[in-house]
Design a protein around this ligand. Structure first.
Ligand code: PAF
Length: 279
């Protein structure tokens, strides 16, 4: 497995692969890998000849009061997980490699980014789009795999790729949960045992809403209330719970098309997101 720290090192590796006609799959991550990331690697493997996993805690997608400094990092642990799971190359740049001191070009998606996480994290998706486009350009990937836990992020990346004619296929992979139902996230390690137990009320509320939908409930407010009540009853603080059209992220009152029931909540200082598809 190759470990590339600079753009030049990464380019040399992918140029060689491309010269041999090999297809490249990219799994963009911020590291501290868990089973959700490994599921993305497996999907990349199936869709490409060589898999690159990027490990980069991207500073430009964190707001000034967010958890950039305390975001978990463990290169050796991640390197081992990549080795064990058939990653062909890790791209692990420093912020200085990715962002020149006078960096001044940004990619800003202006519709899907205005709702949900974009409200409380106003610069987040600008940072995500910019770094992803840079990663696509650096790795010359044919396909990139994103997780559906960040359903809004995956949709925004698809929109950027479509709007800017980026020659890459985006695959959105199923959400992976812990056995107890909590959606896997590197941030789960911030939760105390008690917070973890109470945080299960988020997936439990979403599953209750999913069940109500399966039983015929089409009123968005009723489904939102099931999630909000479950989280609030367990001491969680709601950032948002929404039912939006799956393709446009416009809010729905009545669920008459494929929808996304998505939530962001806090347990203690940890912000968790989760979602289910309806219809
Ligand atoms: O989902 C993430 O981990 C990040 O937002 C991503 C896509 C790696 C960009 O930094």
């Amino acid at each position: 497995m190759k470990i590339c720290r600079t753009v030049e090192e990464m380019r040399a590796v992918v140029n060689e692969w491309r010269a041999c006609g090999l297809k490249i799959g990219l799994v963009p991550t911020m590291g501290y890998l868990h089973a959700g990331h490994i599921s993305l690697v497996k999907i990349a493997r199936k869709n490409a000849d060589r898999v690159v996993l990027s490990l980069f805690v991207n500073p430009t997608q964190f707001g000034p009061t967010e958890d950039l400094d305390k975001y978990p990092r463990d290169f050796e642990r991640d390197r081992q997980a990549c080795e064990e799971n058939g990653v062909d190359a890790i791209f692990a740049p420093t912020p200085a490699v990715m962002y020149d001191e006078d960096f001044s070009t940004w990619v800003k998606e202006e519709s899907l980014s205005q709702v949900m996480c974009g409200v409380t994290r106003p610069i987040h998706f600008r940072g995500v789009c910019t770094v992803c486009l840079k990663l696509f350009n650096i790795t010359r990937a044919d396909v990139a795999v994103f997780g559906r836990k960040d359903a809004q992020q995956a949709l925004i990346i698809e929109r950027m790729v479509r709007d800017l004619n980026v020659p890459i296929k985006i695959i959105t992979a199923p959400l992976v949960r812990e056995e107890d139902g909590l959606a896997l996230s590197s941030r789960n390690r911030y939760l105390s045992e008690d917070e973890h137990r109470r945080a299960l009320s988020l997936s439990q509320g979403l599953f209750a809403a999913e069940k109500a939908f399966a039983n015929g409930e089409r009123n968005a407010a009723a489904l939102i209330a099931l999630v909000e009540n479950s989280v609030s009853a367990n001491g969680g603080k709601i950032d948002y719970v929404v039912v939006n059209a799956r393709n446009t992220l416009r809010p729905l009152e009545t669920i008459d098309r494929p929808a996304l029931l998505a939530a962001a909540v806090y347990f203690g200082t940890t912000r968790l997101i989760d979602n289910v598809f309806l219809g």
